[in-house]
Design a protein around this ligand. Structure first.
Ligand code: CP
Ligand code: NVA
Length: 329
């Protein structure tokens, strides 16, 4: 098993890994190699320390980020926007009603025009094909800020949080409880790239996409990771180091929320689940949360909870990603 949780790579090799990210786009966590993922996390830790200590780190002066949103957001918008300010650059929020992606103008034309005006594009979309179209037609790096298929920025922040709280990644037993959704898909790739033992636990019929199960298992071969898909939450949580959940109905699935509430009820993350977990077990939720549904308020505020560290780490992880994609790392 490779030492995926280590940040001990030599500075020359880690800097060549970092340079390899310049100009690239991140539509999926699987667009990164294990080494590139660690380079992002290492820089994220460094930028977090600098920000906490009040040290200037204006690594992207005069750079502009264009942010396309088809859906609502608190964390993604604010972390990218604040992140660019802290890096000495600027971010432009493009609301759904501003550009009416696909209605007023094609994705292709938006990608071409934005490429002539901004240095990086971030997009939160419904269809993942929109992110892929932006990547295809843009001449600048494109970052997926959540699509129906994946949420890679979330998982970068989550891996930073897990490494901070558990001091390692490889070998950790990580449980996802809930929908086999976009966040679960990105977590599968993240776990595969970092050597984790991941249990995706869903109600029958809500499993992750077969192709992502197959792809993440193929990646796992290189790191010693294992990706399990099951409906048995209690067994999965025995000895768990991380228990992670998300809303039962994602943005765009609002009409299914009532039905899902009944189906998903046995998959709630709460204090009882921690009884058979490892004593160090942390609870994660990407937020926004529906307390009393997928997570109870008590566990979200317990010492085991890292949900607000996750939210904060969106800022640091995305700053690191932007610096490396812009070739300023
Ligand atoms: N976790 C997350 O992406 O939050 P927002 O939807 O508020 O951006
Ligand atoms: N799965 C959720 C994540 C929100 C950050 C959604 O897509 O709405």
């Amino acid at each position: 098993m490779m030492a995926a949780s280590s940040s001990s790579t030599s500075s020359s090799s880690s800097s060549s890994v970092a340079h390899g990210l310049a100009g690239r786009s991140i539509a999926s966590v699987s667009d990164l190699s294990s080494e590139e993922l660690i380079a992002v996390l290492d820089l994220a830790d460094d930028l977090k320390k600098k920000q906490h200590e009040g040290q200037s780190h204006r690594l992207l002066p005069d750079k502009t980020l264009g942010m396309i949103f088809q859906k609502p957001s608190l964390r993604t918008r604010v972390s990218f926007e604040s992140g660019m300010t802290q890096l000495g650059g600027h971010a432009i929020y493009l609301a759904p009603s501003d550009i009416k992606l696909g209605q007023r103008e094609t994705t292709e034309d938006i990608a071409i025009v934005l490429s002539r005006m901004v240095d990086i594009i971030m997009a939160r979309t419904f269809g993942h094909d929109i992110v892929e179209d932006l990547v295809k037609h843009a001449d600048v790096p494109v970052i997926n800020g959540l699509s129906e298929r994946e949420h890679p920025c979330q998982i970068l922040a989550d891996l930073q949080t897990i490494r901070e709280r558990q001091a390692r990644m490889a070998g950790l037993r990580v449980v996802w409880s809930g929908d086999g959704n976009n966040v679960a898909h990105s977590l599968m790739y993240g776990a595969a790239l970092t050597g984790m033992e991941l249990f995706i636990v869903t109600p029958p019929g809500y499993e992750p996409l077969d192709e992502i199960v197959a792809d993440s298992r193929a990646l796992a071969v290189k790191t010693g990771a294992s990706i399990h898909v099951t409906n048995d939450l209690q067994s999965a949580c025995k000895g768990a180091h991380v228990i992670y959940t998300d809303v039962w109905a994602s943005m765009g699935q609002e009409e299914e929320a009532a039905e899902r509430k009944k189906t998903f009820a046995p998959y709630q993350v709460n204090m009882r689940l921690l009884e058979n977990a490892d004593p160090s077990c942390i609870i994660l939720h990407c937020l926004p949360a529906h307390y009393g549904d997928e997570i109870d308020y008590e566990s979200s505020r317990s010492p085991n909870s890292a949900i607000f560290d996750q939210a904060e780490n969106r800022l640091h992880a995305q700053k690191a990603l932007m610096v490396l994609l812009a070739g300023a790392g």
